[in-house]
Design a protein around this ligand. Structure first.
Ligand code: SF4
Ligand code: SF4
Length: 143
């Protein structure tokens, strides 16, 4: 859940205000985003990954955490937590994309090679792999 906007870091770009899917932020007169509706936060981390200067902290909990450290900018900074989610997913110039560390494709390959994964298990993927466009279009509502 969103816990903090670090005023000293924020460059007032409004990115977090624009990307938040549940309209948690409000822009103050100074341009600084204010956490106006914390209860509406979905802990989706979008604001954190889009913030260009790591000025936001989203704690990895779905409810407000009573631990005051989650709202202590100095502690978050010292402990390397500011921007930690963005770094972990590799979203940003010079970062290693998180997908490159995902080896689940090896497991899928193994399951396919041993006949344990069939098209019936995953019709959407099967449609894509076999270029079965009409079926894929039907599944997506024809859009
Ligand atoms: S974590 Fe998601 S829902 Fe919560 S404030 Fe950020 S963008 Fe909005
Ligand atoms: S995205 Fe970051 S820098 Fe931009 S307004 Fe929000 S907190 Fe400030």
């Amino acid at each position: 859940m969103i816990e903090l906007v670090v005023e000293e870091r924020c460059i007032k770009c409004e990115m977090c205000v624009r990307v938040c899917p549940t309209d948690v932020f409000e822009e103050s007169e100074s341009g600084l985003p204010v956490i106006a509706r914390q209860d509406d936060c979905q802990t989706c981390f979008l604001c954190e990954v889009y913030c260009p200067v790591d000025a936001l902290f989203v704690a990895p909990h779905a409810t407000p955490d009573p631990d005051p450290r989650w709202r202590d900018a100095a502690w978050l900074e010292q402990s390397g937590r500011l921007g930690s989610y963005r770094r972990a997913v590799g979203w940003g110039r010079g970062l290693v994309p998180g997908a490159s560390k995902d080896a689940s494709f090896r497991l899928i390959g193994l399951l396919e090679a041993t006949g344990r994964l069939s098209d019936a298990d995953d019709p959407l993927r099967a449609a894509a792999v076999h270029d079965d466009a009409p079926e894929a279009a039907t599944i997506g509502g024809g859009r």
